[in-house]
Design a protein around this ligand. Structure first.
Ligand code: PBG
Length: 336
């Protein structure tokens, strides 16, 4: 049986280097184009005014007070970045076992949403739905006797999604991995008249060693007891990712995400091929730290590896990428 490639020519009649010999020709045959439109910029917010704190394990990333966050959002908008994602560093005194600060309409996230919506047009605001920034146990759900409770956690997540939507967030992004939360959140949003509120589900989210710098950034690493393996996926699994994504689509997810990113591009490809829905991946904090750490030592070139990795996400089937390098990438793409 002829393979697909047997019809595509033979050396020396065919020389694949011909098309690569000049920049214009390489551009002409390029299969994947990365643009600022593909980027979502995750930003950490903190209390205070005109305050920024460098995240030690993420060189080049600062936590920003709300006023500076608004300025950052304007810069992102002006660079053509379609959306930003907000992650709060919550005052440890506000963290409780029931994580009730998550659905306090005056919490830091809601204040950040309101501020950005008031002064910046033309950029989408994405909010995580998960309890870990607010939970004294550092978990994404409510913990009792060492068990992460599913259905009780979903009740809290619903309330969180509602206050964030009321504050003006456009996209709710549940990252908690509780079963049934997408359907429950969709139903609750619809019942409140928010049928146009979008949901980007962290559908295939793995229990990963690559989240540590993020947990430093939001101040949850000290709180976290144990690991997240009873709700986040086992990285040995791939078929299971399709079940997770399928459920979330059926429950009403508008977009789905795979997380982490680069070590999981096989999952991105399978998800995109199987469902053909808007598909995203998160180049997570540990991936950023890994690249930046090597660049700081002069071992890698940031501009090159940033664009190369982001293009790889697109090649694998992503419609967009959440990346801490979004602003740098948008500037590089503009200068090109
Ligand atoms: C919390 C959440 C995490 C990330 C996004 N939302 C961490 C976790 O699950 O522990 C990780 C992002 C990153 O590492 O950049 N539910």
């Amino acid at each position: 049986m002829a393979t697909r490639f047997s019809t595509l020519g033979r050396f020396p009649t065919t020389r694949l280097r011909r098309n690569r010999q000049s920049d214009w020709s390489r551009r002409l045959v390029a299969e994947t184009k990365l643009s600022a439109d593909d980027l979502i910029w995750p930003v950490f917010v903190q209390e205070g005014t005109n305050a920024r704190t460098q995240v030690a394990s993420m060189p080049g990333v600062d936590r920003l007070s709300v006023d500076l966050f608004v300025e950052a959002a304007k810069e992102a908008r002006d660079l053509g970045i379609p959306a930003i994602a907000i992650f709060p560093e919550t005052d440890p005194a506000a963290k409780t076992p029931d994580a009730r600060e998550a659905y306090n309409p005056g919490n830091l996230v809601c204040r950040a949403i309101q501020a950005v919506k008031k002064s910046v047009d033309g950029i989408g605001v994405v909010c995580d739905v998960a309890l870990d920034p607010f939970n004294s146990d550092g978990h994404d759900g409510i913990v009792r006797d060492g068990i992460i409770l599913n259905d009780e956690s979903v009740e809290a997540l619903i309330k969180q999604a509602i206050v964030q939507t009321e504050a003006g967030a456009d996209i709710q992004a549940p990252s908690d991995m509780m079963d049934g939360r997408i359907g429950a959140i969709r139903k609750a949003l619809d019942a409140k008249g928010y049928e146009n509120a979008q949901i980007m589900s962290y559908a295939a989210k793995y229990a990963s060693g690559f989240y540590n710098p993020f947990r430093d950034a939001i101040g949850s690493s000290g709180a976290l007891k144990g690991d997240k393996k009873t709700y986040q996926m086992d990285y040995a699994n791939s078929d299971e990712a399709l079940r997770e994504v399928g459920f979330d689509i059926e429950e009403g997810a508008d977009m789905v995400m795979v997380k982490p990113g680069l070590p999981y591009l096989d999952i991105v490809r399978r998800v995109k091929d199987a469902f053909g829905v808007p598909t995203y991946a998160y180049q997570v904090s540990g991936e950023y730290a890994m690249l930046r750490g090597a660049c700081e030592r002069g071992w890698l070139d940031w501009n090159k590896v940033l664009i190369e990795t982001l293009t790889s996400f697109k090649r694998a089937g992503c419609d967009g990428i959440l990346t801490y390098g979004a602003v740098d990438a948008a500037k590089l793409l503009k200068a090109k």
